[in-house]
Ligand binder design. Structure first.
Ligand code: HEM
Length: 269
């Protein structure tokens, strides 16, 4: 075809541009290195310690395989944590394959979170002051339920934000497709693009909170117990506050870095 490139409309050019940049491996590698930043490595280090070293020991000691409900609760909680590690490394913009993996790993993770929370809350409240192993107390059930509700809030808000992002993408595509060149339409397109970036910023920040805070706090508490054994007394409380403070600091820095490098910090509200 003679003069092929010039015969392409804007939409076709945009598609080619997107596809070729997505398929270029140096871009993918650069993006991967950007995602594997210091904050991701710290949060992932905690997850690896918790899932690969602490949990197997706890599983054997508490003979979890004999307690089906607790076993499913722990496995599904681990799946949320793994989905976070995976999704913060493999983001949709890296490659068509990572886009698919991110979407499906994220959906499985978020659904696992729902199962994990429901079972965890049921176990915490149904085993209150029970005689024998696995008994819980109000001092355990109340904070763990509050933590679970905050986890669900991160999941819900993060998911809702990305659905909004995708709905806006449909509108943006329709506007571009219709080739509306009037002033009002260009204005509308600009507004949609801004709204879309804000939605993506919200998706990122809610789910980084899920990763670092909601999943990180239980892991961090266990790690603190290694250094300050026994959760009684002032030392235990200080260790707990120290863990929450450190993770909050990490989450804040991580979110700021990620959101500013992805969608421009000023846009995030
Ligand atoms: C804990 C971390 C994360 C989880 C659990 C997660 C989860 C998800 C889920 C479930 C979807 C699919 C929504 C749907 O259509 O049903 C999704 C899509 C998306 N996520 Fe994430 N996400 C995480 C982190 C991130 C990060 C750090 C970015 C940074 C760029 C990101 C960017 C996106 C984008 C752009 C989409 C839309 C992909 C598409 O067009 O289908 N996510 N995420």
């Amino acid at each position: 075809m003679v003069g092929g490139a010039s015969a392409l409309n804007n939409n076709q050019r945009l598609n080619i541009q997107t596809k070729s940049s997505v398929m270029t491996s140096p871009t993918t590698v650069r993006g991967l290195l950007k995602n594997a930043n210091l904050y991701w490595r710290l949060a992932t280090g905690l997850a690896v310690w918790f899932l690969c070293f602490h949990t197997p020991v706890f599983w054997r000691q508490r003979r979890i395989s004999r307690d089906t409900m607790l076993a499913v609760h722990i496995v599904t909680a681990a799946m949320v944590y793994l989905a976070c590690v995976h999704n913060c490394l493999l983001t949709p913009s890296l490659h068509a394959v990572t886009k698919w993996m991110h979407r499906w790993m994220g959906r499985i993770g978020l659904l696992s979170g729902l199962v994990s929370f429901s079972l965890g809350a049921f176990l915490a409240w149904s085993r209150l002051n029970r005689v024998g192993e696995g008994s819980t107390s109000l001092g355990f059930a109340i904070p763990i339920t509050i933590g679970g509700i905050l986890q669900l809030q991160c999941e819900y808000k993060g998911y809702r934000a990305i659905r909004k992002y995708k709905a806006l993408q449909t509108e943006i595509d329709a506007l571009r497709q219709a080739k509306m060149a009037g002033k009002m339409d260009r204005h509308r397109l600009q507004q949609l693009l801004v709204d879309q970036r804000v939605a993506l910023g919200n998706h990122i920040s809610w789910l980084l909170n899920l990763f670092v805070m909601a999943c990180g706090i239980p892991a961090g508490i266990r790690l603190a117990e290694v250094f300050v054994p026994g959760d009684e007394g002032i030392q235990g409380i200080l260790a707990l506050l120290g863990v929450i403070g450190a993770l909050q600091f990490l989450a804040g820095r991580y979110i700021r870095k990620y959101v500013s490098s992805t969608v421009g910090g000023a846009l995030y509200t």
